[in-house]
Design a protein around this ligand. Structure first.
Ligand code: SAM
Length: 248
């Protein structure tokens, strides 16, 4: 696989440092490279991602995944340890870069598609990541399982559904006091208005919203930080498909 161009581009060390105040060590750099190669190889069999050029992979998969956790409250998130869950992880984003960068977190990669989970099992085994496990299933079901409900310190969710649906997937999985990070593109007042009543029902609040510009393409992105401040009523998440069909 060594013929594939290096995506992590050593010159990006400064960009990591300037934008996140962090940069991968040589072992983490090697793991990011291996991850890129495994995803390119997996893409030949599975439709994993359209983001395949080295620069785009670096920015949209690696940097973007980590930007969410290096928030202005980074010490409160990155410095903690515990259980994280990546809901609708797809090819492993943002969960795998976070597991590589923060071995203090145990990261569960959840996806409804069995083939993607099989790919992720193979990938995390190849990478030798001991702080990652996988779950095949729908967030609506997993959120009602006693082993997963109220079990996580951190829930990550990127490119899965509209914000109130993401909140219904994520909040039941969090311990009280836990944090959900919703990775968004644009953030509109309309989305804000629809999220608020959902959060009231689910026991969450918006702790902060951060807008940022990506370092290569200059795209605007947002991260929403939702804190679970009260228990989520037993009826949530609702049955499979209902959150998306009838958002709260
Ligand atoms: N989070 C990844 C990323 O940002 O690159 C993947 C995003 S992909 C567009 C959405 C993924 O969410 C798909 O892999 C899909 O199978 C999964 N998904 C959608 N709804 C889900 C649900 N209710 N429970 C679990 N996984 C779900």
């Amino acid at each position: 696989m060594s013929d594939i161009e290096m995506p992590i581009l050593p010159e990006m060390a400064d960009v990591w440092q300037q934008t996140l105040g962090w940069q991968p060590d040589s072992e983490q750099q090697k793991l990011f490279q291996q991850l890129y190669e495994l995803i390119l190889a997996g893409n030949r069999q599975l439709n994993l991602t359209r983001i395949t050029s080295p620069e785009e992979f670096w920015e949209k998969h690696l940097w973007d995944s980590l930007r969410g956790i290096f928030s202005q409250k980074s010490e409160k998130i990155a410095g903690l340890s515990g259980k994280a869950i990546d809901i609708g992880t797809g090819a492993g984003f943002p969960g795998i870069p976070i597991a590589i960068a923060f071995p203090n977190y145990t990261v569960s990669l959840l996806d409804a598609t069995r083939k993607k989970i099989a790919f992720l099992e193979n990938t995390t085994s190849e990478l030798g990541l001991t702080n990652v496990n996988t779950i095949t299933g729908r967030a609506e079901e997993i959120g009602q399982y006693p082993s997963d409900r109220n079990a996580y310190n951190l829930a990550l969710i990127r490119a899965v559904a509209e914000p109130s649906v993401c909140a219904e997937y994520a909040l039941p999985l969090l311990k009280r006091g836990g944090l959900a990070i919703l990775y968004r593109g644009q953030w509109t007042t309309e989305e804000n208005d629809t999220l608020q009543p959902a959060l009231e029902k689910l026991g969450g609040i918006v702790e902060s919203i951060e807008e940022f510009t990506t370092p290569c393409s200059g795209s605007i992105r947002h991260c929403l930080y939702l804190r679970k401040v009260a228990p989520t009523p037993r009826e949530f998440p609702r049955a499979v498909g209902v959150p998306a069909q009838k958002p709260l």
